[in-house]
Design a protein around this ligand. Sequence first.
Ligand code: AMP
Length: 189
Amino acid sequence: MRLILLGPPGAGKGTQAQFLMDKYNIVQLSTGDILRQAIANKTPTGLAAKEIMARGDLVSDEIVNAIISERLDEKDCENGFILDGFPRTIAQAEALGQMLAEKDMPLDAVVELKVEADILVKRILNRAKESGQARADDNEDVIRNRLNVYNEITQPLVEHYSALGLLKTVDGMGEIEQVKSEIKLALEG
Ligand code: AMP
C-alpha cells in the first residue's frame, strides 16, 4: 500500500499514519521528522532548514525531493509507505510522480483529512502542552503562518490528486477512532 496523507497542520496526520503503519505493515515517511532529525544532528540540510522551519515557511523543493527520493530507495519501503507532510507544493507532487514512475511504485491513494481551520490552532497548542515537547514552530503566530502556507500552497494538491483519480476525502473533525474507521472505509470500501 502506497499512500499520501494530506491535510493541514494539526489535522491528525501523524496519529492516523501510526494506525496505517500497523494495519498495512508499511513505513511512515515524514519530511518534518526527517528535517527535525537533521537539525538535531546539525547536518548541512538541518542548518539550511532550521530558520525556515522556525518561521513556519517551506523548505526548498530541491531539499525535500532529494530526501524523499533517497528514502524511497531504502529496503523498508518495498512493502509500501505513507507520505506524511510530503508533497506540499505542486512542484513536489510533480517530482514525486516522476520518482514513483521511475521506481515503479505507483500510488494507491491520497487520503485528505479535512478539518475546520478554526480548531487547528487549538489542537496544535494542546498537542504541544500534552506532549510537554513544544516544537520550535508551535507558537501561535508561527502556527497561523503554517496554516496560511497550507491554504495557499498545499491546498491545490487536493485538485491535483482529484484529477488523477486518487483522492479520498475523510472528515477529520471526529474522534481519533471515528476518523480511523472512515479512513479504513475510504481505502477498502
Ligand atoms: P511538519 O512536521 O510536517 O508539520 O513539518 C514541519 C516543517 O518542516 C514545515 O513547516 C516546513 O518548514 C518543513 N517541511 C516539512 N515537510 C516539508 C515539505 N514537504 N516541503 C517543504 N517544507 C517542509
